[in-house]
Design a protein around this ligand. Structure first.
Ligand code: SME
Length: 162
């Protein structure tokens, strides 16, 4: 396993293309969920230079904070609340260009201005966790992020559903 990630490319697409195989390699042959998710969060944060990236696990009727990289964050989010709870409820990826315009957005950091949240599913299509990525820039996330982060979700699902 490589000790440090080397992400090449200048465009977002090139960076994801460089990073994804390294994320796959990071978790290959390791079955510890927390270890794998922690490394994936670090790879995303430092590989893509995100402000905050983390997991919220579905536990009973709440989302509970899991492995993340970035400033401290809210520990629990209720079903349907905030962007994370809404992504869980709708079972779909949500891109928010301006968090101030998203009704019910939960501000863990006043520096976060846009975000993308993606749900991961178990084999019966229940949401098991969401991946939340935040940026200090407005409208930082688009279909390119959705496409590549959904590939990261597949890797995460592989770790969770072992
Ligand atoms: N903004 C999220 C809460 C999580 S933090 O940003 C890390 C939301 O509205 O669900």
């Amino acid at each position: 396993m490589a000790e440090t990630l080397a992400v090449t490319g200048t465009t977002k697409k090139e960076k994801y293309e460089s990073l994804l195989p390294q994320i796959k390699a990071l978790v290959e042959g390791e079955n510890d969920l927390i270890a794998n998710l922690s490394n994936i969060m670090s790879a995303l944060k430092f590989g893509m230079n995100f402000f905050w990236v983390g997991i919220y696990f579905v536990k009973n009727e709440e989302l509970v904070l899991g492995p993340f990289q970035g400033p401290v964050a809210c520990t629990r989010i209720r079903y349907g609340k905030g962007v994370c709870g809404k992504s869980w409820e709708l079972k779909q990826t949500i891109i928010v260009e301006n968090v101030e315009k998203f009704p019910g957005h939960i501000a863990c950091s006043s520096l976060s201005r846009s975000e993308i949240v993606l749900p991961a599913f178990d084999k019966t299509e229940n949401v098991t966790l969401v991946l939340d990525v935040d940026s200090e820039d407005l409208a930082a996330f688009d279909e390119t992020d959705k496409n590549y982060l959904e590939q990261v979700i597949k890797i995460i699902q592989g770790c969770v559903n072992l």
